[in-house]
Design a protein around this ligand. Structure first.
Ligand SMILES: NC(=O)c1ccc[n+]([C@@H]2O[C@H](COP(=O)([O-])OP(=O)(O)OC[C@H]3O[C@@H](n4cnc5c(N)ncnc54)[C@H](O)[C@@H]3O)[C@@H](O)[C@H]2O)c1
Length: 361
């Protein structure tokens, strides 16, 4: 395909070809992303791995050994002016997300940023604004949006089988060595907050958080967060890098039944007073579905067709605000009101019936 000719018509032709995805950051998660893109490319032909960028020569050498000859680069700067490089999947460390994503968006590339979208709320908002003004797709790697177990749990909640929803509990734990320049809220917090919003369709109004680091100079390694929602539906979130057991669990406690989901194997169990039953779910390849969904959003965006981005930048920005609120609560040792567009009006208005709990209780 000749990508040097830049008439408007040919730009459209470029967008209709397999999407050229460049992966920025090829560490632990970036390698998984590369494997999936190669796999999707082989099985569907819808995407193509255009370039792999990592500023560590050692990492690129590892990639060369594992993936063979690909377009490897130590920096992404030439890609910004490369018309054929239409899409970037950003898997570099959290503190680089804003800088890298804003450069790609300003260069009119579609961008999928791993969670969290950015470190600060105002940076995340700026990425959303940039995507709007450049008319480019901005997605965030909230991979559990594509988890069949979570989808099934949402269906169970909406069906009313659990009765009134009292509270939710999230356990996101696993042993990690002491981490420099990282904190457990930023790293593990995005998924529980995102899943909670996915299940309830509302954001919390207040957050309180306690936590600390234990090992030497490490930052916060454990956090206990309470997120309060309207109608008294609370979510309790435990985040830990100290617990030797790895858990990615969601429990939803209702008046009639309790649902327990293991987000890793996507197994869902409903416990009632008289019996416990497993709900059958076919586990999804969440990362593969996330990438395919992103590709579909880009294709439709390029065709000016209506589409819903199930993991868009606005969602990512809201989660970043919750992470910030949790950190503020931890720092100031108090409960902090969540500030998100729309929340103030909700709080100022009449009590809202969310449907999860009867207001008469
Ligand atoms: N969705 C998920 O479930 C999930 C799981 C794990 C990690 N992640 C996210 O993926 C991202 C990467 O995490 P990781 O565990 O792979 O970290 P990692 O440290 O293993 O990998 C990061 C890589 O980025 C490279 N890098 C750093 N700065 C760069 C730059 N400016 N340009 C190009 N490359 C650069 C580093 O050399 C390193 O190889 C993080 O944002 C993390 O939150 C998401």
């Amino acid at each position: 395909m000749d990508v040097l000719v830049i008439s408007q018509e040919q730009e459209v032709v470029i967008e209709m070809m397999p999407l050229n995805i460049s992966v920025v950051g090829a560490g632990y998660w970036g390698k998984k992303v590369i494997r999936e893109i190669l796999n999707i490319s082989q099985t569907t032909g819808r995407v193509r791995l255009y370039s792999v960028i990592d500023n560590s020569p050692t990492i690129l050498e590892q990639c060369r050994k594992e993936f063979g000859p690909l377009n490897y680069r130590l920096n992404y700067h030439d890609l910004l002016s490369d018309k054929a490089a239409s899409v970037a999947h950003i898997c570099s460390p959290n503190n680089t997300h804003f800088e890298v994503a804003s450069k790609f968006l300003r260069s009119r590339k579609h961008v999928l940023v791993e969670k969290p979208l950015a470190l600060r709320g105002r940076e995340a908002d700026e990425l959303v604004r940039l995507a709007d003004t450049t008319h480019r797709v901005l997605s965030v790697g909230h991979v559990h949006r594509f988890n069949n177990g979570v989808k099934e749990l949402k269906r169970v909640i909406d069906s009313g089988v659990l009765g009134d929803i009292y509270y939710l509990r999230f356990r996101w734990t696993g042993l990690l060595p002491p981490q420099k320049d990282r904190d457990v809220i930023t790293d593990l917090g995005p998924h529980p907050f995102d899943i909670c919003n996915n299940l309830l369709d509302i954001w919390p109004t207040k957050i309180s958080c306690r936590g600390r680091g234990y090992r030497g100079e490490a930052g916060d390694e454990v956090a206990f967060i309470t997120a309060e929602h309207l109608d008294g539906v609370n979510a309790s979130i435990e985040l830990s890098w100290l617990d030797m057991e790895k858990h990615r669990d969601v429990t939803v406690v209702g008046s009639d039944a309790v649902a327990r989901l293991d987000c890793l194997d996507q197994k869902l169990v409903i416990q009632k007073p008289d019996k416990t039953e497993e709900v059958s779910t076919a586990p999804s390849n969440t990362l593969q579905e996330e990438i395919i969904h992103f590709a579909e959003c880009v294709e439709r965006d390029s065709d000016s067709k209506a589409y819903t981005n199930r993991s868009d930048g606005t969602l990512g920005a809201s989660v970043v605000r919750l992470l910030e609120t949790a950190k503020q609560s931890l720092r100031e040792e108090r409960t902090v009101r969540v500030s998100l567009p729309g929340i103030e009006e909700l709080l100022a208005g009449e009590p809202t019936q969310t449907g999860f709990r009867k207001l008469t209780n």
